[in-house]
Design a protein around this ligand. Structure first.
Ligand SMILES: C[S@@+](CC[C@H](N)C(=O)[O-])C[C@H]1O[C@@H](n2cnc3c(N)ncnc32)[C@H](O)[C@@H]1O
Length: 505
């Protein structure tokens, strides 16, 4: 089977999960970039990513890569590509160009150069000229010019893969479907669903988390309700596609029969609940997802509910509500959870993780993501009495929210930096040999910093060990802030690629 290189993009914060997804599909990852993963697979594999990836935004078939520093080199590169293999005369195309270099001073001009080269090629082959269109082209061409390198490729999906086809109505600040799926993975929903657990979302908006969770629990392919650009391409691209779709239909049927999970969403806005209901119907889940209007202050667990996962993204504080109102909302939510949901797992996405202090719960793990351009944190909790805190305690006394990276004691921080450099020197060979494996670079080596630091690829995990009672909470927070400032800097890791967890020893 002929294989090709494809570039699979995903939003920031989802790449590690995307790599796991590719491994689960049995697809080889050949390289990593900040915006996505390079993979090598055949057409069936690439179609499978379009149909089954819950996290990917685009899958681009790689056609060309070479240096380019002028309009002429871009035109010649485009002229050398056998477009006739893809374009029938009646087909439309579009060029999406990113980047500038040399005399390509704007992406628009770059796109024009690619178009000129393509037209010259088609004419030289005696073919009829295809028409360029900005909307829903048959052949979406992707071009990128970065650091003098031109890449040309074909976008297999067309519309971004987060557009599943079921959410034609949204409330305010809806979650991107791919991010909702990433949150569900990080919160451990696949395991909860496998064990027959339930899912609840107490600020469900248009129902994105509920539908994505139901799709996972019922083995429904996220691309089952939409079309893809490649379906209209000629040649071997679609060979075997009907069977692939039929298999996805079959898996959904089986998944619907096997899944025992129930889904419940509530939101105070009746119009939003009605929109969620219609989205749920479009996704074919109206018999298992229940949504209703309910203010969180009135929120109760239904009597027959089993345990499972509550995953939600309330108003963010800086986006939908004033910060004070949001803090009050979190206090109410925390009170409801502590009285109604003992035994459940709980995941909360917010842009100001400090607001999580108001819940009166200790979070066990945190991850950072982008929701559009907004940086957000997913806080994960186990709702157990041992994790309860008094919400009225001062902020410093509550261990929720990652502190801002900061150096409070230069001398102490320098000790940590030196130790990290030394440990990394010792491990350098092992890291170079297996860059994608996890390597522990520090494990409470210095008594002042009771953390473990693990590097996996370009990702860093800081695991904080619960400090003994003799260490004041404020001092522990300051030391953690120092770890978060020093470790990414010394290890050359993007500070945004640091995740945090908290464990008791
Ligand atoms: C950020 S949106 C949730 C978006 C949702 N995840 C989606 O994808 O559409 C927050 C939701 O919280 C709801 N909300 C605000 N205050 C509430 C309250 N006191 N009780 C219940 N829902 C509330 C809003 O109506 C809004 O739909």
């Amino acid at each position: 089977m002929k294989t090709d290189d494809f570039f699979v993009t995903a939003s920031w914060g989802l790449l590690e999960l995307l790599a796991d997804e590719m491994a689960a599909f049995g697809i080889e990852v050949t390289g990593r970039a900040s915006a996505g993963l390079w993979v090598r697979t055949d057409m069936a594999g690439a179609r499978g990513i379009c149909l089954w990836s819950r996290l990917a935004s685009r899958v681009t078939l790689h056609l060309h890569q070479a240096p380019a520093d002028s309009a002429d080199t871009v035109r010649r590169a485009a002229r050398a590509i056998p477009w006739e293999a893809w374009l029938r005369p009646e087909m439309t195309f579009r060029v999406r160009f990113q980047g500038t270099h040399g005399d390509i001073l704007s992406p628009r001009f770059g796109a024009q150069c690619v178009k000129d080269g393509l037209m010259e090629r088609v004419r030289s082959q005696g073919g009829a000229e295809p028409v360029m269109t900005p909307d829903q082209p048959d052949l979406p061409i992707q071009a990128r010019l970065r650091h003098g390198q031109l890449e040309l490729g074909l976008d297999m999906a067309g519309a971004s893969l987060h557009q599943r086809g079921y959410r034609s109505e949204a409330g305010e600040a809806p979650l991107r479907e791919t991010l909702a799926a990433g949150l569900l993975y990080r919160a451990g929903w696949p395991e909860v669903a496998k064990a027959g657990g339930d899912l609840a979302d107490s600020f469900c908006g248009s129902g994105t988390i509920l539908v994505e969770a139901a799709m996972m629990a019922t083995d429904t392919a996220p691309g089952l309700f939409r079309g893809f650009a490649f379906e209209g391409w000629p040649g071997a691209v679609t060979e075997g596609w009907p069977a692939q779709r039929a298999e996805a239909d079959e898996r959904r049927k089986q998944g619907l029969a096997d899944s025992r999970s129930r889904f419940r969403g509530t939101d105070m806005d009746g119009r939003v609940v009605a929109a969620a209901w219609r989205n749920i119907e479009r996704a074919g889940f109206s018999d298992r997802i229940h949504v209703e209007k309910c203010d969180v202050a009135e929120w109760r667990m239904p009597e027959k509910a089993r345990t499972g996962l509550i995953l939600t993204n309330p108003p963010y504080g800086n986006r939908l509500e004033s910060r004070e109102r949001a803090a009050e909302l979190f206090r109410i939510l925390g009170e409801r959870l502590r009285s109604e949901a003992v035994g459940w797992r709980f995941g909360l996405l917010l842009s100001e993780s400090e607001l999580g202090h108001q819940l009166g719960l200790r979070s066990r793990r945190q991850y950072r993501f982008y929701n559009g351009s907004l940086e957000t944190t997913l806080l994960l909790f186990d709702i157990r009495e041992s994790e309860f805190r008094q919400p009225e305690q001062s902020l410093e006394e509550l261990r929720t929210g990652i502190p801002e990276p900061a150096i409070h004691n230069e001398e102490r921080a320098a000790m940590l930096a030196n130790r990290l450099r030394k440990n990394r020197r010792h491990l350098r060979r092992r890291i170079n040999q297996a860059p994608d494996e996890s390597h522990c670079l520090y494990d409470a080596d210095i008594p002042e910093y009771a953390v473990r630091i693990t590097q996996t690829g370009k990702q860093l995990t800081v695991t904080e060990y619960a400090p003994p009672a003799s260490v004041p909470e404020k001092a522990a927070r300051q030391r953690l802030a120092e770890v978060l400032a020093v470790a990414p800097d010394v290890l050359g890791i993007d500070p945004g690629a640091v995740s945090y967890e908290y464990v008791r020893r």
